[in-house]
Ligand binder design. Structure first.
Ligand SMILES: Cc1ncc(COP(=O)(O)O)c(C=O)c1O
Length: 366
């Protein structure tokens, strides 16, 4: 049977049916119903943050977050090219200009020093990404934000469930965006959320995700439609109950990979970050000076019907639509380019069988 890079976890079928049963009576299927309300409250409690606003996906959450601050059109947002293209598109689709800074080789997150060097009077925000759930240098970004009076938005799409010294990834920066896509550690089929402290943003974000409608006869803003439905929220309520188990099961797969692949020449594993409790969202491996190139390993696995992912490749600043920007083109961010050309994320999901992990490692090593 084919092994894909990921496989969605699902709650117990009966449990999900119980969760959605009331919808057949209420007939309230979307537009911020009871499930939506319950999930927002549950996530605020879980993440330890005053406000969580749900969205129909992570991308629209990020796009709306940038829109909510009314940043001046043409303003520059410094970000990483080592990300999913959604991050960069969210900037551009707000009429802002992405400026790409290079990454830190040790954890592939945006390098605060490289960001600092690119700050000008045109800079309006900084948008780092917690790549693979590995946290950015949050202290350095906080200091940068304060020193230059710039908002810090984290793309925390990968970092749900990650904590640093007990503090959740939601608590860093002005806002954090989570993706609850079906492939994520915690999902609502499609879905996303913004986590933040600022009280005045609650009403604004709720309006913006619902066409800018403030009341039955009042349209306050030019908004879009990014509402999470009751079915998505119900899936989230069920999945939140099994989140710890999900992370533990993934952790076992990670341990098995580590035991087989650690210490091999030319194979670089992600390792752990001090004080950080991981969510085991992805298992990235960089083949740098290994007997097979990344593409050869990919082909050998694909030949056996095992499908890893070249994630993140290509860099977003090397995509057709961004290459002509001043910081476009992979030569502008050589460290990110080096990793993107060599990385593979291996299959990782809660019920990936130990014998399949062994088979994947055998193919890589032999
Ligand atoms: C880093 C990153 N940012 C943004 C997104 C977009 O999230 P969504 O798919 O929920 O729209 C993703 C999705 O995988 C992602 O990995």
């Amino acid at each position: 049977m084919r092994i894909n890079v990921t496989r969605s976890s699902l709650p117990d079928f009966e449990e999900f049916c119980r969760e959605i049963q009331g919808l057949w009576d209420s007939r309230w299927l979307t537009n911020m119903g009871d499930k939506h309300q319950a999930l927002e409250e549950a996530l605020e409690a879980y993440l330890g943050i005053p406000h969580v606003t749900l969205f129909t996906n992570g991308h629209l959450a990020l796009e709306t977050a940038l829109a909510a601050l009314h940043l001046p059109k043409g303003g520059e947002v410094i970000t990483t090219p080592y990300t999913f293209v959604s991050t960069t598109h969210a900037i551009s689709r707000n009429g802002l200009v992405p400026v790409f800074a290079d990454i830190k080789p040790e954890d592939y997150t945006l390098d605060p020093e490289k960001v600092k060097a690119l700050i000008t009077e045109k800079t309006v925000a900084i948008l780092p990404v917690h790549v693979y759930g590995r946290l950015c240098d949050v202290e350095a970004f906080e200091a940068l934000g304060k020193a230059y009076k710039l908002p810090i938005f984290y793309d925390a799409a990968h970092a749900f469930g990650v904590t640093k010294e007990g503090v959740s990834s939601a608590c860093f920066g002005d806002m954090a965006m989570y993706s609850f896509h079906a492939t994520k550690v915690f999902h609502t089929i499609e879905g996303g959320a913004l986590a933040y402290r600022e009280d005045s943003l609650v009403q604004l974000l709720n309006d913006l995700k619902n066409f800018g409608i403030r009341g039955p006869e009042e349209v306050a803003y030019i908004g879009g439609n990014a509402k999470m439905s009751e079915f998505q929220a119900a899936m989230g309520l069920c999945n939140l109950r099994q989140l710890e188990e999900e992370i533990q099961k993934r952790g076992r797969v990670v341990e098995q990979y580590n035991a087989r692949l650690a210490g091999r020449e030319g194979i670089i594993l992600a390792g752990t970050q001090p004080g950080v409790s991981p969510n085991h969202a992805y298992y990235p491996v960089v083949f740098d000076g290994y007997k097979y190139s990344r593409d050869e390993v990919f082909d050998r696995l694909a030949f056996q019907d095992i499908v890893p992912r070249k994630y993140f490749y290509p860099l977003t600043n090397d995509s057709e639509c961004y290459r002509s920007l001043p910081t476009g083109g992979k030569d502008k961010t050589p460290l990110a380019a080096h990793v993107a050309d060599r990385v593979l994320t291996l299959p990782l999901y809660a019920d990936l069988a130990p014998e399949d992990v062994d088979r994947i490692c055998d193919i890589i090593l032999k």
